[in-house]
Ligand binder design. Structure first.
Ligand SMILES: *Cc1c(COP(=O)(O)O)cnc(C)c1O
Length: 379
């Protein structure tokens, strides 16, 4: 089936008792058994829940995977991936990952003797050099947040496979509509479904997708054993939202491209980062491995003072953490979302105090451009 057909129908069938076209919110902790050990496949909601299973099957179809394993947040899903490893294992991770990913790796999992190397995965040679006999996972974020640097997924999947280590992609920024890493040979895809998958800024959630039977069964084991499961109401809301994922992503991209082009020609903007601009150093790779460029645009305004003035003067764009919702947001990564990344580390990757990240929403294009324009003038 096509992406839009799957987004509306995959994992969902009319409720057998009533015919309800929408999957019900099975708000229950337990299920009555006919006799001891005789039940309908549902025992306890940490282990199985029909609303959650519908969501998992739906997103698995969108990523062209076979299994979905969902969690209470993106970071719970990322933590479950590390919980698949053993003490003594080594992980190679993109050096410009989401701040919370860096934090959980460095401050929580390091204590359990899992080693992390933060490597520039945009250069496959650097990844090859960082491999050790103990490397068991390659964790990639592409494009990165907020610098929008790409990593070549087909090349990295090949390196990981040859070394016998798992490859993981955090696909939050592109959503399966624009990028499907499993099709490029990656083993596991993870999402913060808080972002584009849900898209309405009213749920925190996470999910892992794979085609591999064995990896899926290990992850279902962790989902149940550790217990960071999402509630049925949250699953219902994300399931409702994926029905319009394609429609939303097309609008996000149309508006983001228009804003990136506008900023590129604006004298008060020092630098624009958007993979859809031909000036982006990896524009060719972006066109090859993604079917679109997404809704995130970053720009350097030159100083903290200017960034602050911009953020205070936008009217439609709201100053808030998070991204991927229908409403446009503005973020100051150095102080807000990426404060946990050490300053020298931030500057090394170009994440200056003048950097602003825009999560471009689906409002009218002309209104958004006018808003950005007047805030740049007020600067
Ligand atoms: C938000 C985000 C996360 C963390 O997800 P939560 O749902 O906030 O726990 C991980 N990776 C990326 C790229 C994100 O944007």
């Amino acid at each position: 089936m096509g992406f839009q057909t799957d987004s509306i129908h995959a994992g969902q069938k009319p409720d057998p008792t009533t015919g309800a076209i929408m999957t019900p919110i099975f708000q229950t902790s337990t299920y009555v058994q006919e006799s001891i050990g005789v039940h309908k496949g549902y025992e306890y909601s940490r282990t199985q829940n029909p609303t959650r299973q519908a969501l998992e099957a739906n997103i698995a179809a969108l990523e062209n995977g076979k299994y979905g394993v969902s969690f209470a947040s993106g970071l719970a899903a990322i933590s479950a991936l590390i919980q698949m490893l053993e003490s003594g294992d080594h992980v190679i991770c993109s050096d410009n990952v989401y701040g919370g990913t860096y934090r959980v790796f460095e401050t929580v999992f390091k204590k359990f003797n899992v080693a992390f190397s933060f490597v520039d995965t945009s250069d496959p040679e650097k990844v090859r050099t960082a491999l050790t006999p103990r490397t068991k996972m390659l964790f990639i974020e592409t494009p990165t947040n907020p610098m929008l640097i790409l990593s070549d997924l087909a090349a990295l999947a090949e390196i990981a496979r040859a070394h016998g280590c798992l490859s993981v992609v955090d696909n939050t920024f592109m959503s399966p509509y624009f990028q499907r890493p499993l099709e490029l040979g990656i083993d596991l895809v993870v999402h913060s479904s808080t972002k584009y998958l849900n898209g309405h800024s009213d749920v925190v959630g996470g999910i892992i997708l794979t085609r591999d039977d064995e990896l899926a069964s290990r992850l279902y084991y962790i989902q149940n054993a550790v217990g960071a499961v999402p509630g049925p109401q949250d699953c219902f809301l994300i399931l409702r939202a994926t029905k319009t994922l394609a429609l939303r992503m097309r609008e996000h991209e149309k508006n983001a491209l228009a804003i990136a082009r506008y900023l590129e020609g604006h004298p008060r903007v020092e630098k624009v980062y958007y993979p859809g601009l031909p000036a982006h150093p990896q524009h060719a790779l972006a066109k090859r491995q993604m079917s679109g460029f997404g809704g995130i645009v970053s720009m350097d305004l030159g100083s903290l003072e200017k960034a602050r003035r911009f953020a205070e003067n936008v009217r439609i764009f709201a100053l808030a953490e998070s991204l991927g919702g229908v409403e446009s947001l503005v973020d100051h990564p150095a102080i807000m979302t990426h404060a946990s990344v050490p300053r020298e580390e931030r500057l090394r990757m170009g994440l200056t105090d003048g950097l602003i990240r825009l999560s471009v929403g689906v409002e009218d294009e002309e209104d958004l451009i006018r808003d950005v324009g007047q805030a740049l003038e007020a600067m």
